[in-house]
Design a protein around this ligand. Structure first.
Ligand SMILES: Nc1ncnc2c1ncn2[C@@H]1O[C@H](COP(=O)(O)OP(=O)(O)OP(=O)(O)O)[C@@H](O)[C@H]1O
Ligand SMILES: [Mg+2]
Length: 258
């Protein structure tokens, strides 16, 4: 589904990514972990086209997508969410989701908001599908609420729902559980687990170790821009290089051993 070949990205003198390479198989949930500043988000930015790598290549379903623009990559079926939920706070919850559907529809998002008559039919079907997605993510009751008035956890679900509207084959989730309470985290884990049955391939960056270890088929660990380990969750928890990278972060080590 995805192959990264020797990705490098520097900011000034800082090597944020240093020859990072790995593959993701179709249908797999891959956990991407590593201490703060390890380069995880930068890697998502490179995969999704927000940043272009200094060197190295990104292949999505065998196609070289290195250097393509974000909207071109999204159209190919590769979507992401952000560490800080990227939602349109001034719009309603329903409108936020409809924006997701317009990514794959014929009519552009802004023309759809203005609603010329020839696009009303497409608009209706998009509205219906958006309402279905709202019930799926538990936000049906908030359809007409301003997206900016949602709790942080619900904003995250909304952003995830919007990413799913465009029917991605590969979904990149950047710390989906950050800022969620215990119940919200459990609901999210269950929901992400269910996406597996829809054959959506997922890469998830997450600091909540029990969540990422339970959810992932495989884990890749970054530290200071380099891949230091790759393997099954059980192997990763015992990997000396991983434990060393997390040295001094007692909570992390404790949760790794849970
Ligand atoms: N646009 C940028 N300009 C300059 N430096 C950047 C930029 N983006 C990231 N960095 C730096 O690159 C390094 C990797 O950052 P990145 O955000 O990818 O880490 P991360 O693994 O996602 O960390 P966290 O777990 O804290 O989110 C950090 O040292 C960061 O300060
Ligand atoms: Mg990050």
């Amino acid at each position: 589904m995805l192959r990264l070949d020797e990705i490098a990205k520097s900011f000034g003198g800082l090597k944020a990514l240093d020859q990072v390479g790995f593959q993701v198989q179709p249908g797999e949930i891959l956990g991407l972990i590593g201490p703060n500043g390890a380069g995880k988000t930068t890697l998502f930015n490179v995969i999704s086209g927000i940043l272009h790598p200094d060197s190295g290549k990104v292949f999505f379903r065998e196609q070289n997508i290195t250097g393509l623009a974000t909207h071109q990559i999204a159209k190919l079926g590769l979507c992401r969410t952000f560490q800080n939920p990227a939602i349109f706070e001034e719009m309603t919850v329903l409108e936020n989701l409809m924006a997701g559907y317009h990514l794959q529809g014929r009519s552009g998002f802004f023309s759809a908001i203005l609603k010329p008559p020839w696009e009303r039919k497409e608009e209706r079907s998009i509205r219906e599908r958006a309402m279905e997605m709202l019930s799926e993510i538990g936000l049906k009751g908030s359809a007409q609420a301003g997206a900016g008035s949602l709790s942080f956890g619900k904003m995250r679900m909304l952003e995830l729902g919007r990413a799913l509207c465009s029917h991605p084959e590969l979904l990149l989730l950047d710390e989906p559980a950050a800022g969620l309470n215990h119940n919200e985290t459990e609901e999210l884990a269950e929901y992400i687990g269910r996406l597996r049955s829809r054959k959506i391939t997922i890469i998830v960056i997450e600091h909540d170790m029990s969540l990422v270890m339970d959810l992932s088929d495989r884990i890749v660990v970054l530290d200071q821009g380099r891949k230091i380990a790759e393997g099954a969750p059980k192997e990763i928890q015992r990997d000396p290089a991983v434990l060393k990278a997390y040295l001094g972060e007692e909570d992390w080590i404790k949760s790794l051993r849970r």
